[in-house]
Ligand binder design. Structure first.
Ligand code: NAP
Length: 236
């Protein structure tokens, strides 16, 4: 619908992404929702355009921004949610793992953000929030995500650099760095036995609250907002 702000949300079929789609619609945004596979819960409406595509391909970014402009006339907010997370001992990571992480987590960010920023520059305003991971700079013994964190830590660095590069253009860049969130990426494992106390997982709402804060906080840019309940401090 014209007259409303428009947000593009990637990874929209997932636990956090679908929560973001619902929240942005509730907040009165038009939403372009994109993910790898269709999600039966996401259906086109006057305020929602649903797209499918591999985020590691340039075409997916072109399609998402094209849909935002065609349907709603602008791109005000981009939330980079699409991502994969692999954990294994460092010596077990393969080149295939590395390439998959780079394609989805880094190329996806690059294509989508570059395309969105080109639109935001025309309107001299915009806001990009990327979902990274607390593990990138708050490692926890026993959670071996070294290669995954090359990508998430890289996104944190890119966020801080882009915030500076585009400050005068009125475009803000921030990241939300979750700990463990209660989504299909981290299902409860009833067989999990650990001598350590179980950490409280964040809810999807904890993450959507943080994203909405960053979208609304007009003087906040270049920040990495951890939403992990101070997990390392509680665990060790
Ligand atoms: N859950 C956690 O504990 C946690 C912790 C820290 C950070 N995060 C980050 O939060 C973000 C969302 O995680 P989540 O928990 O919501 O995970 P999720 O339920 O597995 O959702 C991941 C989303 O990314 C999409 N995606 C994956 N590969 C893609 C590709 N090649 N092209 C397009 N879309 C692709 C998925 O689409 P399809 O379903 O269609 O494949 C899905 O929509 C991720 O970036 C993740 O790294 C999550």
């Amino acid at each position: 619908m014209p007259g409303k702000k428009t947000a593009i949300i990637t990874g929209a079929s997932g636990g956090i992404g679908s929560g973001l789609v619902t929240r942005f619609l509730e907040e009165g945004y038009n939403v372009v929702a994109t993910s790898h596979n269709a999600n039966a819960k996401l259906v086109d409406s006057r305020s929602l355009a649903v797209l499918v595509g591999d985020i590691g391909k340039q075409q997916t970014a072109d399609d998402a921004v094209g849909a935002a402009i065609k349907n709603f006339g602008a791109v005000d907010v981009l939330v980079n949610t699409a991502g994969i997370f692999l954990t294994k001992p460092f010596t077990d990571f393969t080149v295939e793992d590395f390439n998959a992480l780079v394609s989805t987590n880094l190329l996806g960010f690059f294509y989508m953000t570059q395309r969105a920023v080109k639109e935001m520059l025309k309107q001299k305003s915009g806001c990009v929030v990327s979902i990274t991971a607390a593990l990138a700079d708050r490692p926890i013994a026993g959670t071996n995500g070294s290669i995954s964190m090359i990508t998430k830590g890289g996104l944190n660095s890119a966020t801080m650099n882009l915030a500076t590069e585009y400050a005068k253009a009125g475009i803000r860049f921030n990241a939300v760095a979750p700990g463990v969130v209660n989504t299909p990426m981290h299902p409860d494992d009833p067989n999990e036995s650990s001598p350590q106390p179980t950490m409280k997982k964040a809810t999807v709402e904890d993450i959507t609250d943080a994203v909405i804060y960053l979208v609304q906080a007009g003087h906040v840019s270049g920040e990495i907002l951890h939403v992990d309940g101070a997990a390392p401090a509680r665990r060790w």
